[in-house]
Design a protein around this ligand. Structure first.
Ligand SMILES: NC(=O)c1ccc[n+]([C@@H]2O[C@H](COP(=O)([O-])OP(=O)(O)OC[C@H]3O[C@@H](n4cnc5c(N)ncnc54)[C@H](O)[C@@H]3O)[C@@H](O)[C@H]2O)c1
Ligand SMILES: [Zn+2]
Ligand SMILES: [Zn+2]
Length: 366
């Protein structure tokens, strides 16, 4: 079957729109007709070589759509079901899945490094050439074949063109605030970087009744969006003294800081602005070869530094829950979508992201 997809062929280049052949799903795989896909900064990081992937590859890992066909052994979804594609294959067998930590499923790391399906092969080709699938997903395409565990059934009345963000950004961000962190009502929170992920962290903090909630972003449009989504204060780190302003607002620093950009400078900022006994949670992903030199004296203020992957989420439990929260108006997703685009305009969306313009761009199929 032929489909249209955006293919990455070189680091730093432009994605090319190509007609690819997609193979039917094998055992424990699902074929999905893509309704919509968000563009996450992790795609940008792969495109610009900050995160590595074998090439050529179809990027995209924030997709939702309708099941078209299932391979042998798949019983939890059937053709016609509405699904959000989870980043975790949730194999159910590895040590992490058995501990109910599907966000660390060992099949996930395999899929991330190889950009193939679980058996090391891919379902996409251009003629004789094999085309990889980022995260075993490849949602910048009209159809996707994904590992069965990645297909999470959601209610039929939820609009997939908005709920696709729950595939990555919303779950990563909201989950970091409601799963990874143990925020108590009245705790102070700062979020550094207010793109799709940071704004979702902020909304998770609102749900946990944190106060104050401080948004940190150099782009005025993002700070305004953050304030409209529940931040109580906003700081421009390029023109204000970040640590000084945090002290002014909180006294000794925040209970929880979240880094949602992925730079060594902001990781250091995140750790610096937490109060003694506070926790800095790193959600942004820098080049994974980087090292962070920890200022040892801060350890003795019992400050913690930890990462958060995929919002410490259990996809089959959390994705449908976040859909319910969206449908109940508790989680705002449409407000974070600043552009809806056709696949052909994907390079413009990446350029906007590079300039820090807009929050989420969503590719609409059909
Ligand atoms: N841990 C995970 O599981 C996971 C999952 C998805 C994405 N991510 C990572 O989260 C990060 C954010 O992703 P996104 O899609 O929200 O990105 P984005 O590009 O939409 O947002 C980044 C934001 O950071 C702001 N920014 C730029 N410089 C800044 C600075 N010096 N201080 C504060 N803010 C600054 C930008 O204006 C922008 O609003 C990326 O590193 C991405 O790879 C992690
Ligand atoms: Zn992502
Ligand atoms: Zn597993």
């Amino acid at each position: 079957m032929k489909i249209k997809a955006a293919v990455m062929r070189e680091v730093g280049g432009r994605l090319s729109i190509e007609e690819l052949e997609i193979a039917p799903p094998k055992e424990n795989e699902v074929l999905i007709k893509t309704t919509a896909s968000g563009i996450c900064h992790s795609d940008y990081s792969v495109l610009h070589g900050t995160l590595k992937s074998p090439l050529p590859a179809v990027l995209g890992h924030e997709g939702a759509g309708i099941v078209e066909e299932v391979g042998a052994g798949v019983t939890h979804v059937k053709p016609g079901d509405h699904v959000i594609v989870s980043l975790s294959p949730s194999c159910g067998k590895c040590e992490m899945c058995l501990e109910e930590r599907e966000y660390l499923c060992m099949d996930m790391s395999k899929a991330s490094s190889l950009a193939t399906m679980m058996d090391g092969t891919t379902r996409l080709r251009n003629g004789d050439e094999e085309v990889r699938q980022l995260c075993a997903i490849a949602s910048f395409a009209e159809k996707m074949v994904v590992p069965a565990g990645c297909a999470v059934k959601v209610r039929d009345d939820a609009p997939l063109e908005s709920c696709c963000l729950i595939g990555c950004g919303v779950t990563t961000g909201t989950g970091a605030a409601v799963n990874t962190a143990d925020i108590k009502a009245g705790n102070s929170v700062a979020v550094i970087g207010c793109g799709g992920v940071g704004l979702s962290i902020l909304q998770g903090a609102v749900i946990k009744e944190a106060n104050p909630i401080i948004a940190v972003d150099p782009v005025a449009e993002k700070r305004e969006l953050a304030l409209s989504l529940g931040a109580t204060h906003a700081i421009d780190p390029f023109n204000e003294d970040l640590k000084g302003r945090i002290k002014e607002i909180t006294g000794k620093g925040v209970h929880f800081s979240f880094e949602a950009l992925g730079s060594m400078k902001t990781i250091h900022d995140a750790y610096s602005i937490v109060r003694p006994t506070g926790e800095a949670i790193i959600v942004g992903v820098p080049n994974l070869k980087e090292h962070y030199e920890l200022p040892v004296h801060m350890l003795f203020a019992e400050k913690e530094l930890r990462g958060s992957i995929y919002g410490s989420s259990r996809p089959q439990r959390d994705l449908p829950k976040f859909v319910d929260w969206y449908m109940d108006g508790k989680l705002k997703i449409d407000e974070m979508i600043t552009h809806r685009i056709a696949l052909e305009n994907i390079n413009d969306a990446f350029e906007r992201m590079g300039r820090g313009e807009g929050a989420r761009s969503v590719i609409m199929f059909d």
